[in-house]
Each structure stands twice: as structure tokens, then as C-alpha cells.
Design a protein around this ligand. Structure first.
Ligand code: SF4
Ligand code: SF4
Length: 379
């Protein structure tokens, strides 16, 4: 008997046997809505899906803060050796996705992993591979910026008692911004930069301390940066995932990559009662109730739609195995996502391509020129 990830899918026009795993939390409600007016529904919310996601997001957010704090201590030591030395956390390179993309192109052309920020390359590969296999799940389950963005719109909904939406055509126009930004990076790095140009860039002090510069971007914020962040924060209170939806070029790239993912949300029209709960609660404003298959590059696999669906068998997360469609058990989706993500990192660690090869002497030379302490704050 083979390993079962799910069950045979009704989307292949076969019958789906009722399975207990689908309904771990049940509550009965009366619901009003739909074309037929008042409908009584045995409302079975799979809240565990949302709770699991919130827990995963919080975990990765706290992990990011911990990594950032350790990197801060690492830099502090090179400004003033009175502070104890801590090892540089390689995962901080996750904040250099452009460097990761450049290193990825360099690897494709030369077969060499650049040694300055190798973990940036590993993390880039991990995130892209996760998106190819498991949709844009990185954005929905791991990315700390997506999590903070989500906290903002959730807070906004509490403050204002409702969410706000942008008019359809304006929304489409704004969504194209992230693709414009992504295209700029693809042209500048993916097309214009040759391997020789990249090598010349990799050996500069600028690139060696790109992580320190990124930190200084926040610790020594310019007035413009501060006002831009405040504006983004305010907009994020009103509109769901404002940064992710309209401006993140990394998310735009992952969304396009995710189109080839075998994993998709599917709606079974025969079982759907058209309550629109899925569409109303989708954090990326996808009109799930109108789709048979959600193939949008905006879908980040949060499964909020499944979690909110009251009709058993109407919404599932499915994957294609050869010619057959299978329904994936919801709890397996984040499990596979995290396993794939950490497997790639594990390969990087075991192959010795995780830690930067920049010697501490370089940090001793460059960091004091770049950053200093004023009133206890790194400037
Ligand atoms: S369609 Fe479903 S899984 Fe995709 S973003 Fe919307 S709620 Fe999340
Ligand atoms: S798929 Fe589920 S949540 Fe969406 S409209 Fe149909 S019954 Fe409602």
C-alpha cells in the first residue's frame, strides 16, 4: 500500500468517500444569504487551518526578529569590540533577494555559488522551488513581511469594523506595479549583467556588506523612508496586503512561478451552495465562488477559503499526480511546504555553501566606516 497524501478527487468525476479528517471542528449555524435567501447550513468551519497558519506565521516572524537581533549583535562587535562576538546568522541573507537572484543567474551560467552571500542563493532557490511545487505558499505561510502586512489589515478591520476594497480597474492597474518593478530587476540583472560584471560586483565592499547596509536602512532611516513606511502602514490598515498585492516584486515573481504548481484550490460546483464565504474571506480578494480552479498568481495557498467553506466537499486543495487529481489533506500542505523549504536549506548547509566566506578582517575594516553608534543607536 503506497503512501496516501489525500483521496481520489471528485474533480476526476469519481465519487469522493466522506472522510472524517475534513471536519475536526464543527459548529451549527443558521446562515442568511445566497440567491435562495435564508438557508440553514450545517456549518463546519475548519478553523484549525487558520490557527495553524497564524501559528506558523508568528513562528517565522519571531524567528526573523531573532535572526535580525543576532545580526545586530554581530555588527555591534565590529563597531566596538567591547561587545561580545556572535557568529553572523546566514539566514539574514533572506533580506537580499536581489543578490540571491543575481547569484542564481551566476550559478546557472557558471555552475559556481558565489561565496559572499551563499545563503542568499540557497534561500532564493528554496523559495522559488516551494513556489513551483506548493503555489505561493512562502508568501502565505512564511514571509514575515506578509505576516506584518496581515496584522495591519486585521487591525484595520477591527478599528473600522470593515475592510475596504479598491475599485476593480484601479486595483488591476495598481497590481501591475509589482510586475513593472519585477521586470526592471529581470532586465537589469537577468539580461544586462554578464558573469564578469557580477564577479566584479561580488568582490566589492558594497556587496560584502549589503546586509549591513540593509540593516542601516532601518536603524538610520531617512525622513523619506520613514514617511514611505508610514504611508504603507496606513494603506495596509485599509487594504488587505497592500505591499504584497501592489508593490512586492519578489511576490510578483513567485506568483508567476506558482502558475506551474501542480497544487490548486478547486471548487466543486455541485456541492457549492453559493454562500460566497470563500470569496468574502479570501485575503487576496479572489472571487473563489466564481472559479472552478483558482489559478491566480495572487493565491498564496492560505486555505482560508477552505477553512471558511460550510459545504463539505465544495472546496479542496488538490494536486495533480500524473493525469489524476488528488485532494490533499489540508494539514499536509504546510507540512510539505516547510519540509521542501528546509530540505533545500539542509542541502546548502551539508554541502558547506551556507556560511559566508567573507573574512572577519573585512568586516573589521568596512563596518566602522559604514556605521557607528550614536545615543545607543546604530547610525
Ligand atoms: S483562493 Fe483560497 S488559498 Fe488562495 S489566497 Fe484566497 S483564500 Fe487563500
Ligand atoms: S465554495 Fe464553499 S464557501 Fe465558496 S461559495 Fe461555495 S459553499 Fe460557499
Amino acid at each position: 500500500m503506497g503512501l496516501s497524501l489525500g483521496r481520489e478527487s471528485e474533480y476526476n468525476n469519481a465519487r469522493i468517500p466522506a472522510l472524517d479528517y475534513r471536519w475536526p471542528a464543527c459548529a451549527c449555524r443558521t446562515q442568511t444569504g445566497g440567491a435562495t435567501g435564508k438557508i440553514n447550513v450545517m456549518f463546519s468551519e475548519r478553523t484549525y487551518i487558520r490557527k495553524t497558519r497564524y501559528a506558523a506565521q508568528l513562528f517565522f516572524l519571531l524567528l526573523t526578529i531573532f535572526i535580525g537581533y543576532n545580526f545586530y549583535r554581530f555588527v555591534l562587535h565590529f563597531i566596538n569590540p567591547v561587545y561580545p562576538y556572535v557568529q553572523r546568522p546566514p539566514s539574514v541573507d533572506a533580506f537580499l533577494p536581489i543578490g540571491g537572484f543575481m547569484a542564481f543567474k551566476y550559478f546557472l551560467l557558471t555552475g559556481i555559488i558565489e561565496p559572499v552571500h551563499p545563503s542568499g542563493f540557497i534561500l532564493f532557490v528554496a523559495v522559488v522551488l516551494v513556489s513551483m511545487l506548493m503555489k505561493k505558499g512562502f508568501c502565505g505561510w512564511i514571509c514575515p513581511i506578509g505576516t506584518v502586512s496581515q496584522y495591519f489589515w486585521m487591525a484595520g478591520e477591527r478599528i473600522f469594523g470593515r475592510g475596504f476594497t479598491i475599485e476593480k480597474h484601479t486595483d488591476m492597474g495598481l497590481r501591475s506595479l509589482k510586475y513593472v518593478l519585477m521586470s526592471l530587476f529581470l532586465i537589469l540583472i537577468g539580461i544586462a549583467m554578464t558573469p564578469n560584471m557580477m564577479v566584479l560586483f561580488f568582490i566589492t565592499d558594497y556587496y560584502k556588506t549589503a546586509d549591513v547596509r540593509m540593516m542601516r536602512f532601518f536603524t538610520n532611516m531617512s525622513a523619506v523612508t520613514m514617511w514611505v513606511l508610514i504611508a504603507l502602514g496606513i494603506l495596509s490598515l485599509f487594504y488587505k496586503n497592500f505591499w504584497c498585492r501592489y508593490l512586492c516584486p519578489y511576490g510578483a515573481l513567485l506568483g508567476l512561478v506558482s502558475l506551474i504548481s501542480p497544487v490548486k484550490i478547486r471548487r466543486n460546483a455541485e456541492k457549492c451552495n453559493h454562500c460566497r464565504s470563500c470569496s468574502i474571506h479570501c485575503p487576496t480578494s479572489i472571487d473563489v465562488e466564481k472559479k472552478e480552479v483558482v489559478s491566480s498568481p495572487e493565491c498564496f495557498g492560505c486555505m482560508t477559503c477552505i477553512s471558511r467553506c460550510p459545504a463539505e466537499g465544495a472546496l479542496d486543495i488538490t494536486f495533480r499526480a500524473g493525469k489524476k487529481l488528488k485532494v490533499l489533506r489540508p494539514y499536509l500542505y504546510p507540512a510539505i511546504l516547510v519540509i521542501v523549504f528546509y530540505m533545500v536549506i539542509g542541502v546548502g548547509v551539508l554541502s558547506g555553501k551556507w556560511h559566508s566566506q567573507v573574512p572577519n578582517e573585512d568586516y573589521e575594516r568596512i563596518i566602522p566606516q559604514l556605521i557607528h553608534v550614536k545615543n545607543g543607536i546604530l547610525k
